[in-house]
Write a protein that binds this ligand. Structure first.
Ligand SMILES: [Zn+2]
Length: 257
């Protein structure tokens, strides 16, 4: 953040911006007299800070002990519990991936997640920041889990902005695709109504959060059959089992955004 050396002149500048566009261009909030104050720092007073333990897989060094999430206070305790459980379950998936890849020290193993994803994920295997091509679903899964390591480090070592979890009124879980690899906050928007919906099981919620994290890791939609950003989380939602012809993919990807 750039330090404001001359508050007075900056204040005038922002006030002008506010008057002109009726919205502050810095914080996108409604123009108030205190616009500048609000712009200086996103207030975290409306959030509950939640600390989540980072499991330590073999073969991955320099990991933080914990991650930090700021969950909006409008979520109920139960909803907050569901969110933190889903993030922990996602970290367990990431942990299992690296342990299985470690394979007793060769680091040449293939994880269950990669094996599950590989036959189904054939499209958009490459994240937006990657210059080289990605050969298959195994390579894409490895790349995604490596990028998760980066996101976890940046969060836990506080290199990225705080990861906020805000409520939204539509869909289930949303996060925009991040264009870069470093210092990307794991901020999400989650629909509280869906958290109260029994159709959204724990596995499905974990898959939905995984879909959003893949956006933060650089992968793009469409969120349909054959696309990596859809098939990889659908594997988690199926408990890493093969597809069952009696269950439609749309029953899973309807929880993606
Ligand atoms: Zn999506």
């Amino acid at each position: 953040m750039i330090a404001l050396t001359s508050t007075k002149s900056n204040g005038k500048k922002y006030k002008k911006t506010c008057l002109k566009k009726s919205k502050c261009t810095k914080c996108q909030q409604k123009c108030l007299k205190k616009c500048l104050k609000k712009c200086k720092k996103k207030s975290l007073k409306d959030y509950t800070k939640v600390t989540i333990e980072v499991p330590q897989p073999k073969g991955v060094k320099n990991l933080p002990a914990t991650m930090y999430f700021y969950i909006h206070k409008s979520f109920t305790d139960k909803q907050q519990g569901r969110i933190t459980t889903a993030i922990s379950a996602l970290l367990d998936q990431w942990y299992d991936h690296f342990n299985e890849k470690w394979d007793g020290g060769t680091n040449a193993g293939t994880s269950q997640l990669a094996l599950c994803t590989n036959p189904y994920a054939t499209k958009k295997l490459k994240p937006v920041w990657s210059k080289s091509s990605v050969s298959n679903g195994i390579a894409a899964t490895n790349l995604a889990m490596n990028q998760f390591t980066q996101l976890i480090r940046d969060n836990g070592f506080k290199k990225s902005p705080p990861a906020t979890i805000d409520p939204r009124s539509s869909t289930t879980v949303y996060a925009p695709t991040a264009p870069t690899k470093r210092r990307v906050p794991l901020s999400l928007q989650i629909n509280p109504k869906q958290l109260d919906n029994p159709a959204l099981t724990s596995l499905k919620l974990t898959g939905s959060v995984l879909h959003s994290w893949l956006h933060r890791a650089g992968w793009t939609d469409p969120k349909i059959t054959s696309y990596f950003i859809s098939e990889c989380p659908m594997c988690v939602m199926r408990g890493l089992k093969p597809k069952n012809s009696r269950v439609r993919d749309s029953d899973f990807y309807k929880f993606f955004d």
